[in-house]
Design a protein around this ligand. Structure first.
Ligand SMILES: Cc1cc2nc3c(=O)[nH]c(=O)nc-3n(C[C@H](O)[C@H](O)[C@H](O)COP(=O)(O)OP(=O)(O)OC[C@H]3O[C@@H](n4cnc5c(N)ncnc54)[C@H](O)[C@@H]3O)c2cc1C
Length: 504
C-alpha cells in the first residue's frame, strides 16, 4: 500500500475517540505494518462519549475490516436501527418515519409517491409511511435482515446499528492494537512545525515524550489541536442555518422492548434523541441556547425520560459548521476536529468513515503533493454541504408555534435547497444536482412527514388509465403487513444472534 517513490514511513493519530480508533483500525487494516502507526490519547481529557446511532453504510466499514456483525453487536451491546421516528416535527402533532431502504415496491414506471398523492387528492388519508417495509417492521418492533429477491418486499428495507460509543472505541482499539498500532497515553502540550514547509514534525506530550511522524491525523475532537491550534485552517460557521448549539445527554434504564429505531422528538427549542441499546437507553436534548437555558433544557430531558436516569447529565457545547480546510499541510482532520453537524440524522460517524475512505484513496507520499489535499477538501466540502441542506430541511419545514421554530421556518436557506423545495412543492419532483448521501426516499420521508405536500403529481400517472393504482396501493399495504409478521421480534433476534454477556 505505501506508494510513490518516497512512501510514508509513519502516521501519528492524535485522539482516541471514535474518530481516532476508527482511523487506527482502517489504516492498520489497509497498510498493515508497512507504515508505523501511533495513536496518542489523553485519559484526563477523555472523549465526547456520545455518538451511538448510525446509518447503513457503517456496515461496509465493518465489513472492510472483516468484522462479523454478531461479534460487533455483542461487544458494543448494540441494537438494530431501521430508521428514525420523528415526533412533533412539522406540527406538534406530526409523526413520521424516516426509513432505511425504499418505499414500495413500485408497481409502475410512474413512482409510487405520485399515485399516493393522486389518491390523497381524492380523499385517501393513508400516510405515506404505510408503504414502507422498514416502518412495517419498526412499528411492530420486529427485525431481520432484508431477504429474498429484489421483487420481494421483504428485501426493501435497510438497516444500521445503535451501539455504545465507548465500547465501540474499545472494540476498535483491540482490533487496531492487534494489527500493530502503538497507543500512547498522555496530554499533548506542544505541536512543532518545520520552518520552511510548515508541515508538522512532531507533537510533545506533557511527559516530554515526542511523537514524530510523516503524516498526522487530527482526531482531537472539538479542540482541533493540530488543524486549528497549529495550522489555523479556519472554520465555516453554519449556526445561522442550524441554530442548535448545545446538548445535554443522560442515559436511562430500559423499560420495555428494545425498539429497532431511533426516536427524535421535537421540543420547544430543540429536540430529544432516544437510542435503545441492550443495556440502557441513550437520551439527549439538543437545543438552542438563545431560546432555552441549560437548566430548562435539562428539565425537559428529565421530564421525557422513559426509565430511571443512569448517571448525571452531561452538557456539550458546539458550533455547527466545518473546517475550511479539512486537510492542511501534512495533516488531515477527521471526526469532530473537522466539523460538526448535529446528530439529527446520525451522520458524524459516517463522515469519519467517508473521510477515511477518501484519505486512503488520496494517501500522499512524503512529497506531500498539494493536489491530494485539494481534492480531499473539495470532496469533503461538497459532502458536508449536501448533508447540511438535508438537516436544514427538517428545521425549515415546520409550522410549530414556538418562537424558535418560527424563526427556523422564516430563515433564508441555501440556494440549492431552495431550488429542491421549489421543485418538490410544484410537482413532487425530486431533483438532486449532485451525488449525495441522502437519496430520494429520505427526502420524500421528510418532505411528506413534515407537511410539504406538492401541488401536483407526475402527469404521466393520468395518461396510464390501465394502472389501477388504488388496488395496487391497497395490496401493497396488506403485503407489507403480512411480510412484517414473518420477521421475529427485535428482542428475540438480538437474543438469538447478538446477545451481549451480562453486565459485570
Ligand atoms: C450531542 C452529540 C450527539 C452525537 N450523536 C451522534 C450520533 O448519534 N451518531 C453519530 O454518528 N455521531 C454522533 N455524534 C458525533 C460523534 O460523537 C463524534 O463524531 C464521534 O464520537 C467522534 O468524536 P471524536 O473522536 O472526533 O472526538 P472525541 O470523542 O472528543 O475524542 C477526542 C480525543 O482526542 C483526545 N485529545 C484531545 N486533546 C488532546 C490533547 N491535548 N492531548 C492528547 N489527546 C487529546 C481526547 O482524549 C480524545 O481521545 C454526536 C455528537 C454530539 C456532540
Amino acid at each position: 500500500m505505501p506508494h510513490g517513490p518516497n512512501p510514508l514511513r509513519s502516521i501519528a493519530i492524535v485522539g482516541g475517540g471514535s474518530a481516532g480508533w476508527m482511523a487506527a483500525a482502517a489504516l492498520a487494516n489497509a497498510v498493515g505494518r508497512h507504515i508505523a502507526i501511533t495513536l496518542v490519547e489523553s485519559d484526563d481529557i477523555g472523549t465526547v462519549g456520545v455518538g451511538e446511532a448510525t446509518i447503513p453504510p457503517i456496515k461496509s466499514f465493518n465489513a472492510a475490516l472483516g468484522i462479523r456483525e454478531a461479534d460487533f453487536m455483542k461487544a458494543t451491546r448494540g441494537s438494530f436501527k431501521l430508521g428514525i421516528e420523528f415526533v412533533g416535527w412539522g406540527t406538534a402533532a406530526s409523526r413520521y418515519f424516516h426509513p432505511f431502504g425504499e418505499y414500495g415496491a413500485n408497481f409502475d414506471r410512474v413512482s409510487l409517491e405520485h399515485y399516493w398523492l393522486r389518491e390523497r387528492q381524492k380523499g385517501d388519508t393513508t400516510p405515506f409511511d404505510a408503504y414502507c417495509m422498514a416502518w412495517a417492521l419498526a412499528r411492530e418492533n420486529r427485525f431481520g435482515p432484508p431477504a429474498g429477491s429484489s421483487r420481494d418486499v421483504r428485501s426493501t428495507h435497510g438497516y444500521a446499528y445503535h451501539f455504545d460509543a465507548g465500547l465501540y472505541a474499545r472494540f476498535l482499539r483491540d482490533y487496531a492494537e492487534k494489527r500493530g498500532v502503538t497507543r500512547l497515553e498522555g496530554r499533548i502540550t506542544d505541536v512543532a512545525r518545520a520552518g520552511q514547509s510548515g508541515n508538522i514534525t512532531h507533537v510533545t506530550l506533557a511527559s516530554g515524550h515526542r511523537v514524530a511522524a510523516d503524516f498526522f491525523l487530527d482526531c482531537s475532537g472539538f479542540a482541533g489541536l493540530l488543524i486549528e491550534g497549529a495550522l489555523k485552517a479556519g472554520y465555516e460557521d453554519w449556526s445561522h442555518w442550524l441554530p442548535c448549539d448545545r446538548a445535554v445527554a443522560m442515559p436511562c434504564a430500559n423499560t420495555g422492548p428494545i425498539t429497532p429505531y431511533t426516536r427524535s422528538t421535537a421540543h420547544q427549542a430543540g429536540w430529544q434523541w432516544r437510542i435503545p441499546l441492550q443495556h440502557r437507553q441513550g437520551n439527549g436534548h439538543v437545543y438552542c441556547s438563545a431560546h432555552i437555558s441549560d437548566d430548562a433544557a435539562e428539565a425537559v430531558l428529565r421530564a421525557h425520560l422513559e426509565g430511571a436516569p443512569l448517571g448525571s447529565p452531561r452538557f456539550l457545547k458546539f458550533t455547527t459548521g466545518r473546517r475550511k480546510r479539512a486537510w492542511s499541510h501534512n495533516c488531515v482532520s477527521i471526526g469532530l476536529a473537522s466539523g460538526f453537524m448535529e446528530p439529527l440524522e446520525s451522520t458524524s460517524l459516517h463522515l469519519i468513515q467517508t473521510g477515511l475512505e477518501r484519505l486512503l484513496l488520496l494517501l500522499p507520499d512524503r512529497n506531500h503533493d498539494p493536489l491530494n489535499a485539494e481534492e480531499y477538501n473539495r470532496a469533503t466540502a461538497n459532502e458536508y454541504a449536501r448533508i447540511r441542506d438535508f438537516l436544514i430541511l427538517h428545521y425549515k419545514a415546520n409550522t410549530r408555534p414556538e418562537p424558535f421554530w418560527q424563526a427556523c421556518a422564516a430563515m433564508p436557506i441555501p440556494d440549492e435547497l431552495a431550488y429542491k423545495i421549489k421543485h418538490f412543492r410544484a410537482s413532487m419532483r425530486l431533483v438532486s444536482p449532485q451525488d449525495e448521501l441522502f437519496r430520494n426516499p429520505s427526502w420524500l420521508a421528510v418532505y411528506l412527514g413534515q407537511g410539504v405536500i406538492p401541488q401536483g403529481y407526475d402527469h404521466l400517472a393520468d395518461a396510464r388509465p390501465q394502472v389501477d393504482a388504488a388496488s395496487h396501493l391497497q395490496a401493497l399495504r396488506a403485503m407489507m403487513r403480512a411480510a412484517a409478521a414473518t420477521f421475529p421480534p427485535h428482542d428475540a433476534f438480538l437474543a438469538q444472534h447478538c446477545r451481549a454477556p451480562a453486565m459485570a
